[in-house]
Design a protein around this ligand. Structure first.
Ligand code: ZN
Length: 500
């Protein structure tokens, strides 16, 4: 058996090398590549994706998985070997249904799509992106068809980012949460002036924002010897191994929280990647398990820690040092300012309360798109109408509306719900963490994060890709995903801020 397992690991090592090499190309495209490089990059990305796909769907992998079946069944489900075989089987069985040519075509269309999107967003003209988007949707329809029969054509797309979690399950969670969010947004709306974010609007230099963000990332545990922080149009995290994890941010000179909170958010992703078990290097168990679990990490550090009073009790003096213009803004005023809640257009700048509605809108819209209930050409109008229905405001243009997110341009359909599932899970993790580490809040107040990070390493990071969200949730917090604690957290925090 040893020999078969070794052979499987050898196959996976090449697959992972190809996968990470294409991630390097993607990172470069977002941070450094001149626009002229788009076509060549699209071809290179397509070739690498196809090679990786062919590698993991090779008959040899199928035969090794068959040979290892009995061995897998003899092992503990949670063990490294059983998990390695199980996750490889899951990926093999999924990918073997999809033709390699289609995988290459999607990768190529995604790399070209992002360039079309950049131009369309800059000019705020949806029509410049429409044909690229139509093509991406057509290709992803073809992809989903490979998994027929399905309950919902959206399910295979969701499964790419959240294995084993489907539309019915997610919509059940959101159906409970949505009316509660709408209620809280309305209650805050009655009392909007209770919180003023004037202090965080002004002029803040890029240099100070980046310098301050760097210190915080490092304090939280980001290892700059094994990672980098750069600028890009849309903040993101990518990694080429646990020893090389890249994060990016963007700066807005007139709104301080944007860059800072993006850095903390991406640091959360990076801590997860850097915390992956080194023993999983070049195996399919390396890295993060799913996008919702990834978002539970980023949203945890960004919101539960980074937008908390204890955090700013520690960082307020350093904030003033970096931004002397905030000299007269006391700690409490600053805390309130970075937590102001109000309906706004851009998801990534949205506060914790309205954020969920941004996500639910996208989730419902993607489901309608793939089920043929909304046509691509109708997207700007449908987007604006739903935005008004959910948040009471109408985007002034497409850049502030339907064109704001990079995801669709890269063929990432089915990704959005994970932001909210992750936010929900982050609160369950935090509640469990405080139970098991009663001094956690005091540690935040003292600017000490190693034990909090250690808890996440133990409960989440070290498992790599072993477990699905439902499996990890059972193991980490002792129960299934539950939106109620998340809503309790929002009601308590914002009820206090807005005197509700
Ligand atoms: Zn994220």
């Amino acid at each position: 058996m040893e020999e078969k397992l070794r052979a499987l690991k050898d196959e996976l090592a090449v697959y992972m090398d190809l996968y990470y090499a294409s991630a390097v190309l993607g990172w470069d495209q977002e941070t450094n590549m001149p626009p002229g490089g788009a076509q060549a990059r699209a071809d290179q990305g397509a070739t690498l994706s196809e090679l990786a796909h062919r590698r993991i769907t090779d008959d040899k992998v199928g035969r090794l998985l068959d040979d290892l079946k009995a061995y897998e069944e003899s092992l503990d489900y949670d063990s490294d070997d059983a998990s390695l075989i199980r996750i490889t089987r899951r990926e093999y069985e999924k990918r073997v249904k999809v033709p390699a040519e289609l995988v290459a075509e999607i990768a190529r269309a995604g790399a070209l799509g992002i360039e079309a999107w950049k131009e369309a967003r800059t000019k705020s003209e949806f029509s410049l992106f429409e044909s690229a988007l139509q093509k991406l949707i057509d290709l992803k329809m073809q992809y989903a068809e490979c998994f027929a029969p399905y309950e919902n054509i959206y399910d295979p797309l969701l499964d790419e980012f959240e294995p084993g979690v489907d539309y019915a399950q997610i919509s059940a969670v959101f159906a409970g949460l949505k009316p509660e969010l709408v209620k809280l947004v309305a209650a805050i709306g009655e009392n909007l002036d209770a919180v003023d974010d004037g202090p965080v609007r002004g002029e803040f230099t890029d240099e100070s924002q980046m310098a301050f963000g760097r210190i915080i990332a490092k304090d939280l545990g980001f290892d700059f010897e094994r990672g980098r922080l750069d600028l890009s149009a849309h903040p993101f995290t990518t990694g080429f191994s646990h020893d090389d994890v890249r994060i990016t941010t963007r700066t807005l000179q007139d709104f301080l929280p944007s860059c800072l909170m993006s850095i903390i958010h991406e640091t959360g992703h990076a801590l997860y990647e850097q915390g992956s078990n080194p023993a999983y290097y070049r195996t399919i168990l390396a890295g993060g398990a799913s996008m919702a679990i990834h978002e539970s990490q980023s949203r945890f550090w960004e919101n539960i820690i980074g937008r908390s009073r204890p955090f700013w009790e520690h960082y307020h003096p350093l904030l003033i040092e970096h931004f002397p213009q905030l000299e007269g803004v006391d700690r409490e005023t600053f805390y309130r300012a970075i937590n102001k809640s109000y309906p706004s257009f851009i998801r990534v700048e949205a506060d914790e309360v309205t954020y969920g509605l941004h996500i639910i809108l996208r989730f419902e819209l993607e489901n309608d798109l793939f089920n043929g209930r909304v046509k691509v050409g109708e997207l700007p109008d449908v987007w604006n109408a739903r935005f008004e229905e959910y948040l009471g405001i109408v985007p002034p243009d497409d850049a502030m509306g339907v064109l704001q997110d990079v995801h669709w341009s890269q063929a990432l359909f089915g990704y959005f719900p994970d932001y909210l599932l992750g936010s929900i899970f982050s609160v369950q993790l935090w509640n469990k963490l405080k139970e098991e580490l009663p001094g956690a809040v005091d540690q935040v107040r003292a600017g000490k994060f190693d034990e909090i990070l250690g808890w996440h390493r133990q409960k989440v990071h070290r498992h790599g890709t072993k477990f699905t969200l439902p499996e990890l949730s059972e193991r980490a917090v002792g129960g299934p995903l539950d939106w109620q604690p998340y809503m309790n957290y929002l009601n308590a925090k914002f009820g206090e801020l807005y005197g509700l």
